[in-house]
Design a protein around this ligand. Structure first.
Ligand SMILES: NC(=O)C1=CN([C@@H]2O[C@H](COP(=O)(O)OP(=O)(O)OC[C@H]3O[C@@H](n4cnc5c(N)ncnc54)[C@H](O)[C@@H]3O)[C@@H](O)[C@H]2O)C=CC1
Ligand SMILES: O=C(O)[C@H](O)CS(=O)(=O)O
Length: 489
């Protein structure tokens, strides 16, 4: 366990103070690999959330009136502190979320990159001066902060999803109340501690934690408050839709990064070894618990058997274990609920005719570990063709030709990411254009970067995070018609 007291926080961060719940109720945080209790955090609700909103509201005038360069200095300091504490943050993340230490380290750098990136994007929130419609006037357009904003984040990237929301929001001059996932609150509180060390003024960034059953009340307090102008959410499509319905009450803006059902297409002209490398990162990273994971693997008929054999041989080598063990390449699923979902989807598929080539069951290591799994003969009659697996299961189907692959890939209400491997340049442009997604990986399974717009279409979400586009949703335009200036001589 991380032993740096100024770093590991087990109370919530509200108005620049570390506080418990008014009820004193607390939630145990456990290591998914061992079931050991790591620490406990407050179980907050509407009352404490309202207090955090009030603190953010009180902090907004000063924070928003600072220059973008002054805010950037704090965010850059925050980024350097996150990087300076990468090992401890990564160790903490591995213990509360389960991913291998090397993946946690990678996520810490990814998280810091959002702070560095948006520190500078905040300094480029340029407006416009538009040629006026009358000659005694000037037209100005400015981009302004919203005020108090809310963030609700998931457990699968417990540090990067926090900074991917907080960095643009604060860089634009907003003040935030964040609710992290019940499974991984310690990572979010550690990020807040480093923000405090970086010089964030009291109330600019607030973190309220709670159990799963507290989430609706915290969410409702955020959505219903007339002071909260926007909610940024990453998580399941079901919860995202509910939040969007609730935001309609007083038209609170909302951006949604929701579930996916990514197709991973391997054409017969693909570099097979490269495609296998791509599946390694796009299917088995984070034990498959990412919304951009390869949920459906579509392999062209002529290379199917060779590909399945090669993939099974690779998957068989994956070292499963505790994320802090050096040899570990894949950790446990985050909780029993996630494990039962994977078991249900695998059983449904085999009942409907899918064939297991490798794995398919709980791992002999026990706990919430699941075996790296390779299944073939997957069809649209099976639930896992339509539902986010969020597990280390390579579900393979075959396709005849390019049009068949595109139709299968687009046959889903989701539209976050899609991947394909081909070395035919005409096919690359045709398929990239035809996939109904927000993100396309061509000859790669790893698309995550702070410089590119991350987000989905259809039922995978609204808005984009990261990139020069990622700050827009945390700002509002103002048009100023400056008239009475007299006509130019
Ligand atoms: N798109 C993505 O990155 C993610 C997708 N998922 C999908 O969602 C499934 C379930 O995972 P969960 O972690 O349970 O996702 P979830 O959507 O239930 O939780 C995500 C966040 O929303 C909060 N939340 C839950 N219900 C809420 C409510 N009524 N009001 C306000 N906040 C609420 C949770 O406490 C957490 O902080 C996964 O199996 C996966 O399919 C989950 C996490 C991330
Ligand atoms: O940036 C990423 O890699 C994703 O946000 C992680 S997830 O949303 O696919 O889980």
């Amino acid at each position: 366990m991380v032993k740096l007291p100024e770093f590991l926080k087990t109370d919530c961060y509200v108005g620049g103070k570390w506080v418990a719940a008014s009820s004193d109720k607390r939630l145990d945080v456990t290591d998914p690999a061992t079931g050991d209790v790591l620490a406990s955090v407050p179980r907050m609700g509407a009352e404490e959330t309202d207090a955090a909103i009030a603190a953010a509201h009180a902090a907004f005038p000063d924070w928003s009136s600072r220059t973008a360069a002054e805010r950037a200095l704090v965010l850059q300091k925050w980024a350097s502190l996150v990087r300076a504490h990468a090992d401890d943050l990564a160790r903490l993340m591995t213990q509360e979320q389960g991913k291998p230490f090397a993946e946690s380290l990678g996520e810490i750098e990814y998280a810091a990159s959002f702070l560095s990136w948006f520190a500078e994007e905040g300094r480029r929130l340029y407006g416009d001066i538009i040629p006026p419609h009358r000659n005694d006037a000037r037209i100005l357009v400015t981009r302004n902060p919203l005020g108090v904003v809310g963030g609700i984040t998931p457990w699968n990237f417990p540090v990067a999803m926090v900074t991917r929301k907080a960095a643009p929001a604060l860089a634009a001059g907003n003040c935030m109340v964040l609710k992290p996932a019940e499974a991984t609150p310690l990572s979010a509180l550690a990020v807040a501690a480093l923000g405090e060390m970086a010089g964030l003024p009291a109330g600019v960034f607030n973190v309220v934690t709670g159990a799963r059953e507290d989430a609706p009340a915290i969410g409702k307090a955020l959505v219903d408050s007339p002071l909260v102008r926007k909610i940024g959410f990453t998580g399941s499509t079901a919860v995202g839709k509910q939040l969007m319905r609730d935001c309609a009450g007083d038209l609170t803006k909302i951006s949604l990064e929701l579930g996916g059902n990514a197709a991973f297409i391997v054409f017969d002209d693909a570099d097979i070894e490269a495609a296998l490398d791509g599946i390694q990162v796009c299917k088995f990273r984070n034990s498959g618990q990412t919304c951009i994971a390869a949920n459906r693997i579509l392999v062209q008929e002529s290379i199917h058997d060779k590909f399945v054999a090669a993939l099974s041989a690779r998957a068989r080598q994956i070292q499963v274990g505790h994320g802090l063990e050096k040899a570990t390449e894949m950790g446990p699923l985050v909780d029993e609920r996630g494990l039962e979902k994977v078991e249900r989807l695998v059983a449904d598929a085999t009942d409907k005719g899918a064939k297991i080539h490798l794995g398919g069951k709980r791992h002999e290591a026990g706990g919430t570990y699941f075996q790296p799994t390779v299944m073939t003969g997957v069809s649209t009659e099976m639930d896992l063709a339509h539902e986010e697996l969020f597990g280390p299961v390579a579900a393979i189907s075959t396709f005849r030709d390019e049009q068949d692959a595109i139709s299968m890939a687009n046959d889903t209400p989701y539209g976050l990411a899609g991947y394909f491997y081909s070395r035919d340049v005409g096919r690359i442009f045709r398929v990239a254009d035809a996939l109904e997604v927000g993100i396309v990986g061509v000859n790669t399974g790893l698309i995550s970067t702070e410089v590119a717009p991350f987000g989905g279409v259809k039922e995978s979400g609204i808005g984009r995070e990261g990139s020069k586009y990622g700050i827009d949703d945390w700002t509002e335009l103002k048009y100023i018609c400056l008239a009475g200036l007299g006509a130019a001589a």
